[in-house]
Design a protein around this ligand. Structure first.
Ligand code: NOJ
Length: 724
């Protein structure tokens, strides 16, 4: 068979200008129906209260989807986002392949972010497992389910380094560190695409949101980003680069601008860095409507100019704004956009379609009922493992683990609401697929009473029933729509009614365990001060209740560690471990870098997490080699039960031309230790990891001392010094 480049060229030779432009267009199915305004206005009307949720649902029920069959037939659509189900995909694919002039297949995309039907923990939660092979395995099962249902492309992984808990989308990535986000992204790419993207159950990954979306000012979604190129390259770009190097077929530029240039028309990002420096050969797709939004940014006068700027910068496909389909032909005829730019875009798109095997097997979706491919027992087992490994034990004053047989008071609405367990971006989830805490208690026939957050219970009053409970498990935190896109917050404290519930529980004198569900680090200051045991559960997915009880009863020993710092309050955001020292590091003195009304450090730092056992670190050795710094540290399990420990290695360059962070994560490993067992763990800090961009924008590795740290948290003081 001819190679892909030849097949792309042969096909392009046959294409008309209109057919080429058609390939750059991604549509969502439009809704036609019983309303006079367009869909986004209808959504606004519901959100701002002009119509009720009930009225909205009623209008939607009367609407039907327009799949734009005539446009597909005419070769005017290259891709769809939001088409649901294998049958519908097969229908439109058949039109593209069998009824359009050149028979070019559609590529069907969707947001498969943390599971398709088998929903696994939100990415921020799953990242706390610090386990790339787990991240790869969960991506694999979501690809298998999605492909069976007609999806060949996911808009994931999101590898936006996020240091600000106010930003709702912190939930969608691997937290505040660049290295972790890069490893997470690369693992997801491997899981989605495998070594053979053309296999029936492989789907294309899309690395997003390029770049630095996680740095939006004040944590407000879609806001500006203004930073030095040095900072961009050191702290934000590495995670995208690692994911691109893992072979990601597509990349999505971010909504935000960087230093005044929106990413959607940023040729430094899309052409110079992505394609020329990193050698990316895949396709770029805008974020939803983002090309037209260049007008709102103030970067283009109208959609035509927006289309021209985006295309010339290197944006291949237009997600749903229609700026390309409506303007490119004229722009090319007038010479405002070069045909060469369009040809490059179309070649990128076709190349990805060939690599995905779409020309050879456009009907990759399941032939039988896709339901047969969802929620297989082994998928549920993996979802449970992922949740167990994501839940972080934040505090434990001799409360956990519990003995079975103990009478439980399960408190809080979230303990019984299945659909809340899925978290943000779980668009194909079915709430009833999830096991809530109360479901798990029921299934295990545990003695329990469920109280709502206001402490009402169906079977009697709190005062009476509480006497029969030995311990309380309080489900607190956020509902799933309180994090994710367009869900930034200025207050990240718990709502008053949850604090009130906890106060009443504590007043009984019985032990209280807080189980926190959330999509962002919350300010758990009060909870940390007052509640003796805290489990950070995130939104754990379909196996939520089972995994939580596995940890509560000690069937599984908690091992997860935080990948984002938990602030004392929203006012200290952003707070993160790899900060610089400043000229006046915070201390006792008045004129030091600190707050009058809050401590300088977060309540729980990056890398923190407890276990039912304890570990001791000793014998840290570091030695300079030709490759970098070879590190070795001994870890001993000093407690009474076996456990998995996430061993972390950091470094600091204490004197440099541009100041360096006080700690930088260099490597990590997860080891299993029996009680009393000691293991030696080795790491290599590669030479280039020590480098940075100096003020002349040269990448340099300084000579001089490097401090090396190892331990179970970013705050470890176990240190060795080497000289480079
Ligand atoms: C907007 C989001 O920013 C992006 O992450 C997502 O993939 C697209 N919408 C498509 O749904």
């Amino acid at each position: 068979m001819k190679d892909i480049e030849t097949r792309v060229r042969d096909l392009m030779d046959k294409m008309t200008l209109e057919e080429k432009i058609g390939q750059t267009r991604q549509c969502g199915p439009s809704l036609v129906g019983a309303f006079e305004v367009d869909f986004s206005e209808l959504l606004n009307m519901m959100f701002d209260g002009r119509i009720s949720k009930e009225k909205f649902d009623e209008l939607m029920a009367g609407a039907h989807q327009d799949l734009k069959e005539d446009d597909i037939r005419a070769g005017k659509i290259g891709s769809f986002n939001g088409v649901k189900g294998a049958e519908q995909v097969r229908t439109i694919q058949k039109i593209a392949v069998e009824e359009s002039r050149l028979g070019i297949p559609l590529i069907i995309g969707s947001d498969v972010i943390h599971g398709y039907r088998t929903v696994t923990p939100i990415p921020l939660g799953e990242s706390c497992a610090w386990e790339p092979s787990l991240w790869e395995r969960t991506a694999r099962i979501s690809a298998e389910e999605a492909a069976a249902d007609g999806i060949k492309w996911t808009f994931a992984p999101m590898v936006d380094v996020a240091k600000d808990a106010r930003w709702g989308r912190i939930s969608e990535g691997a937290g505040e560190d660049a290295l972790l986000n890069g490893l997470y992204g690369a693992a997801k790419v491997r899981g989605f695409q495998t070594d053979d993207p053309s296999a029936k159950d492989s789907i294309a990954a899309c690395v997003k949101h390029f770049a630095a979306y996680g740095a939006v000012e004040a944590g407000r979604d879609y806001n500006r980003v203004d930073m030095s190129e040095q900072k961009l390259r050191e702290e934000y770009l590495p995670s995208y680069k690692a994911s691109v190097e893992a072979g990601a077929l597509t990349v999505m530029p971010a909504f935000n601008d960087i230093s005044g240039v929106p990413c959607s028309c940023n040729s430094m990002l899309l052409t110079d860095i992505l394609r020329k420096e990193w050698g990316f050969k895949g396709m770029t797709i805008s974020d939803a409507n983002a090309i037209a939004e260049l007008v709102n940014h103030g970067a283009a006068a109208d959609n035509a100019e927006a289309a021209a700027k985006a295309m010339e910068a290197g944006m291949d496909m237009d997600m749903t704004s229609e700026a390309y389909i409506e303007n490119l032909a004229e722009l090319i005829r007038s010479g405002a956009v070069s045909e060469e730019a369009l040809d490059r875009a179309v070649a990128d798109i076709l190349r990805v379609k060939f690599e995905l095997g779409l020309f050879d097997d456009p009907y990759y979706m399941a032939e039988d009922d896709p339901e047969n491919h969802f929620l297989k027992p082994e998928y549920r087992t993996l979802a449970r493992e992922a949740a167990q490994k994501s839940i972080v034990l934040l505090k434990n004053e001799n409360v956990l683990p519990l003995n079975r047989g103990i009478r439980l008071g399960i408190c809080g609405d979230l303990a019984g609401e299945r659909a809340e367990m899925t978290g943000t971006w779980s668009i194909n989830a079915v709430g009833d697929d999830c096991v809530s805490i109360t479901d798990a208690c029921e299934a295990q026939a545990l003695p329990y009473t469920w109280f709502k957050t206001d402490l009402t219970a169906e079977s009697g009053s709190f005062e009476t029933l509480a006497k029969d409970c030995d311990v309380f498990i309080a489900a607190i935190g956020e509902r799933k729509d309180e994090s994710g896109e367009a869900a930034s917050r200025t207050s990240i404290e718990l709502p008053a009614e949850q604090i009130h519930m906890l106060e009443k529980l504590i007043a009984t004198g019985k032990p209280v365990i807080a189980v926190v569900f959330n999509g962002r680090p919350l300010a758990l200051t009060w909870v940390n001060d007052n509640v003796p045991a805290i489990l950070e559960a995130w939104h754990p997915g379909v196996e939520a209740g089972n995994a939580i009880l596995d940890l509560v009863f000690g069937d599984v020993n908690p091992s997860a560690k935080l990948t984002a710092s938990f602030p004392y309050n929203a006012g200290m955001c952003p707070v993160y471990y790899d900060h610089i020292n400043t000229g006046r590091p915070g201390g006792r003195g008045k004129f030091t870098s600190k707050y009058l009304d809050a401590p300088l450090t977060p309540v729980y730092p990056f890398g923190y997490g407890l276990s039912y056992t304890t570990y001791e670190y000793s014998d840290l050795q570091a030695e300079v080699t030709a490759e970098g710094i070879q590190v070795c540290v001994k870890v001993t399990n000093t407690g009474a039960c076996a456990g998995d420990e996430i061993v972390q290695c950091y470094f600091r360059d204490p004197v440099a031309e541009r100041v360096r962070p006080v700690r930088k994560l260099a490597a990590f490993d997860k080891i299993t230790l029996q009680p009393g067992e000691t293991k030696a763990v080795s790491f290599l800090i590669k030479k280039e990891q020590l480098g940075y961009w100096n003020s002349k924008m040269q990448f340099v590795v300084d000579s001089g001392d490097i401090e090396v740290y190892a331990g179970g948290c970013s705050t470890t003081e176990l240190k060795a010094v080497v000289t480079i």
